[in-house]
Design a protein. Structure first.
Lengths: 171, 381
């Protein structure tokens, strides 16, 4: 019984930062940079200006309500190649057991295998978008988001994209 | 013989004159095209093939919508439960009919109803406004407008020169214009015309006007669309409702959700007669599933939920943050959080006071004041 109060205090001290962390990150805008990290030779931190100088593509996709939306940005494959992620002739053997973990500012996470993105395999045209209908993404969508035009559901089109992380299952 | 030729010539001339006159009349009365004035982000609504929108039908429908002659005792009209100043709701927990009978559920808003995939709190089969209008007009359980077949409604309308003119304009091709079918078509056209797209959030989101909403509303927006809260999963899209349909686009996901509002012991966990779509499907897993309505103008449509049992937006947020409502005593006592049919998305969330306040500010930013005073939707009488 005499340990009740300290135990509560410890619990409060332990839980409070979690609650505060949630409330601080969940309602704040995402940072203005995209980090590419993980088991790669050249981690990157990209800002909107960096993306503007890279090869750009557009994707026209239906919005949740059926309206057509034009997203503009840089192919995910291009960004990963700049960070040294093994694609193309380097994607073979154990590296095929690797995936990209895409994390959003609010904690949402999805994965893409390297195989589904590589031109010799799935060749999926996934876009790291920074513009929607010609205007920079902002608020709950931006400044960066993924657009997966060939996904039937929109759940992997991560909004408020914050990090791309290479995870190798076999080394 | 000469006389016969003259007669033939005269007949041909007369026939030609009739053709020219008809062509001229047709040229004078082109089919009016309805302009939706839809802003960016808003698709064209889906319409039934037999009831295209025209300005004349919308105008006739507006007169009918506000006319208490459409009730058994001339004490109520559609507008009694759908007031423009309250985003076409009535401010009551439960609707009240012309005879004073209470409806078991609250009046739903009509703003952007043109995009509603289903039209009532719990009837998955009610998808057309023309069909739905018959329920308040002629329904007996409960009595709303209290009309009955053969009670002289059409005669009352026909005796008014204004209506004869409005019906003639709205349905020029019909010989028998003043019919119940045309009444419901016109009311449906007027209801579909009530589009709300000019809220501060719309200016912020579509026009990138940073000053349109407060910083608190911006934080609330991020929370609303965040993975931990996932409010957008049932209230997403341009109309803030997953139960949204438009021209060439079908709704995604389910329209109806059990949010853990009740969990009573017994056969149905929700108080009868409000048992959700179970009333129609008879599937026990559907008990307590009600429509996720649009959140546009939600700050004006209190009280909330299908039975008006939550008074304020703050309390609604508390309900979802707790992952369901606990009713501590009385006939409805139970822990809604544990309702077996509860949607897994209603899992509860840790929210600070500021988070709650920010969410309310975001919801308030969805209020379109222009629609509340737009003369196109106002009482014409």
């Amino acid at each position: 019984m005499r340990y009740t109060l300290p135990a509560r205090a410890i619990l409060t001290v332990a839980v409070l930062p979690i609650c505060l962390a949630f409330s601080q990150t969940a309602s704040s805008p995402a940072p203005q940079e995209l980090t590419v990290r993980g088991d790669i030779p050249a981690p990157l931190v990209l800002k909107a200006d960096d993306l503007a100088r890279m090869p750009r593509e557009t994707a026209i996709v239906p919005d949740q309500d059926g309206t057509k939306v034009t997203y503009e940005g840089v192919p995910l494959r291009e960004i990963l190649q700049r960070a040294g992620v093994p694609l193309g002739k380097d994607l073979r053997g154990k590296t095929l057991a690797s995936y990209i973990l895409a994390k959003a500012h609010d904690g949402y996470q999805v994965v893409f295998s390297l195989g589904e993105m590589d031109a010799a395999f799935g060749n999926e045209s996934i876009l790291v978008a920074d513009k929607r209908d010609g205007k920079p993404l902002f608020g709950y969508q931006g400044p960066f988001r993924l657009v997966c035009p060939n996904d039937k559901a929109g759940a992997r089109s991560v909004r408020m994209l914050e990090t791309l992380e290479l995870v190798r299952l076999q080394k | 013989m000469r006389r016969l030729r003259s007669f033939r010539t005269a007949a041909l001339l007369l026939f030609a004159c009739v053709l020219v006159r008809n062509a001229a009349l047709n040229a004078q009365a082109p089919v009016e095209v309805y302009d939706w004035h839809l802003p960016k982000g808003f698709p064209k609504p889906r319409l039934p093939a037999d009831n295209p929108m025209t300005p004349a039908k919308v105008e006739l429908g507006r007169h009918l919508f506000y006319d208490s002659r459409l009730s058994v005792n001339s004490k109520a009209s559609c507008a009694t439960c759908h007031k423009q100043e309250l985003a076409f709701t009535d401010g009551h927990p439960l609707g009240i009919g012309a005879t004073g009978e209470k409806h078991p559920r609250g009046a739903m808003g009509l703003v952007n109803v043109a995009y509603s995939a289903t039209l009532t709190w719990n009837n998955p089969g009610m998808k057309e406004l023309e069909q739905q209008a018959l329920v308040p007009m002629y329904g007996e359980h409960p009595v709303e407008l209290g009309l009955r077949e053969g009670d002289g409604l059409l005669g009352r309308l026909n005796s008014d020169p204004k209506y004869r003119e409005l019906f003639e304009r709205a349905f020029p091709e019909s010989a028998d214009r003043i019919t119940v079918a045309n009444v419901t078509k016109a009311i449906a056209c007027f209801e579909r015309s009530i589009i709300s797209a000019r809220s501060p959030w719309d200016r912020y989101h579509y026009e990138r006007d940073e000053s349109a909403i407060s910083d608190a509303a911006k934080r609330g927006e991020i929370l609303f669309f965040s993975q931990p809260l996932s409010c957008f999963r049932c209230h997403g899209g341009f109309n803030f409702s997953s139960a949204t349909v438009s021209d060439g686009h079908e709704p995604q996901g389910s329209d109806f959700h059990n949010t853990g509002l009740y969990n009573m012991p017994g056969e149905t966990s929700y108080p009868a007669p409000n048992v959700g779509i179970f009333e129609f499907t008879r599937n026990p897993k559907d008990v307590g599933k009600f429509k996720a309505p649009t959140l546009r103008n939600i700050a004006l449509t209190a009280p909330y939920m299908h039975d008006g049992s939550i008074a304020t937006l703050e309390d609604v947020i508390e309900h979802y943050a707790a992952g369901g409502r606990t009713v501590r005593s009385g006939a409805y006592a139970g822990v809604g959080r544990d309702n077996p049919n509860k949607d897994p998305l209603v899992g509860g969330s840790q929210l600070s006071d500021q988070d709650r306040s920010d969410l309310v500010e975001f919801l308030k930013s969805l209020t379109d004041r222009a629609v509340l005073r737009d003369s196109r939707f106002a009482n014409p009488w």
